[in-house]
Design a protein. Structure first.
Length: 365
């Protein structure tokens, strides 16, 4: 293992009792069931951290509302029609690597985003900029905040830690059908997770790489705090991509991603679970029932909890390019190597970064 250690200056996570109580003890708060509000006086750095996270969490809502507001201005209708036609008929950017803007990825607010939790990047080995890579990110969590911070911003100094590697975080094609929001996420370097998009990026030059949140929507339904249940057994698409394109695999495991929200789990027989599975089948994604914290309170809201996340980027697994379609044996052999390395990362770091776990890492399906 490389001796390289994290260089990001992260804010120390505040103890839960002191953060929530503002002078009162946690026992008193628990007994009285009083709502826990954020104190009025907080260091400006903490306000900036919360603001940076809020910008990302609210991006979809802000972009959607802005679009519909502009639709109420009749003088803008011609421009809106042209924009929509361009999205639907002409713009191929989501399938061609997106429209990445380095200045936005390097925005001064993204380090505050990382410090909010805080997030820390652990690098196990160097990556050769003359090769292409497929980063498999685990777990999905509720909204993959660690993947966003690592691969879609420079909040964790990815480009400095891995010089010459140009990552693109891939997401569902449906996200690129939302006006304004599509342009916002493409500015981060996000692109479609379709096969065509993946192959275009991997073939577009040395160092160009993709990051895939392998577990997808199904895994988000298992994002319970203290656990690490991965949907991986049947995920062979990224394995096949690696073999066909000769791209090395880089297992990436985020300790703490599942602790950022409370998940209201539903049994397989419940109506809630059936609705979630129907959404996944029809839309390609689903929305688990979850709770975080708010801007001014610590009990309810869409913001994530302030809990540390440690993102371990493992050593690359070298992959030889195969001619033609990979055989089942080749797919299974490479998948086993990948899973074994992922489990090895877990064993190396679990006693340091998953001290509060309620169970060991499990590959559930």
């Amino acid at each position: 293992m490389s001796s390289d250690t994290p260089t990001l200056a992260t804010a120390s996570p505040a103890p839960i009792a002191s953060e929530k109580s503002n002078g009162a003890t946690s026992a008193t708060i628990t007994n009285t069931h009083m709502p826990l509000f954020a104190p009025i006086r907080l260091p400006i750095r903490r306000r900036l951290q919360t603001g940076a996270v809020l910008i990302w969490i609210s991006a979809l809502a802000v972009c959607t509302m802005s679009f519909f507001y502009l639709c109420t201005i009749k003088y803008l209708w011609p421009l809106i029609i042209i924009y929509l036609l361009w999205i639907l008929m002409f713009d191929q950017a989501p399938e061609k690597g997106g429209r990445r803007f380095s200045w936005w990825r390097n925005w001064v607010g993204w380090p505050y985003f990382a410090q909010y939790f805080p997030m820390t990047l652990i690098k196990e080995g160097d990556l050769d900029p003359s090769k292409n890579y497929i980063f498999g990110y685990h777990p999905h969590g509720i909204i993959s905040l660690g993947a966003f911070c690592t691969f879609a911003t420079e909040g964790l100094n990815f480009s400095k830690r891995f010089p010459g590697i140009v990552p693109r975080l891939l997401t569902l094609q449906s996200n690129f059908q939302i006006p304004f929001y599509r342009d916002y996420i493409m500015a981060h370097g996000c692109a479609s997770v379709s096969k065509e998009s993946c192959e275009y990026i991997l073939k577009s030059g040395l160092g160009n790489s993709i990051a895939i949140v392998v577990g997808g929507a199904q895994e988000s339904l298992a994002a319970k705090p203290g656990t690490l249940d991965l949907t991986l057994k049947k995920r062979l698409g990224f394995i096949k991509l690696a073999l066909v394109n000769g791209a090395s695999l880089v297992p990436t495991l985020a300790f703490g991603e599942n602790d950022l929200y409370e998940l209201y789990s539903a049994t397989h027989a419940s109506k809630t679970y059936q609705i979630q599975q129907f959404m996944k089948k029809m839309l390609g994604f689903t929305m688990p029932m979850f709770n975080g914290r708010g801007i001014f309170n610590y009990e309810f809201g869409l913001l994530p909890r302030r809990k540390p996340v440690f993102i371990v980027i493992g050593k690359p697994i070298h992959v030889e390019k195969v001619e033609g379609a990979p055989t089942t044996e080749q797919l299974q052999d490479l998948q086993k190597k990948y899973i074994d390395e992922l489990l090895a990362i877990w064993e190396r770091y679990k006693d340091k970064y998953a001290v509060g776990r309620t169970q060991e890492l499990q590959i559930i399906e």
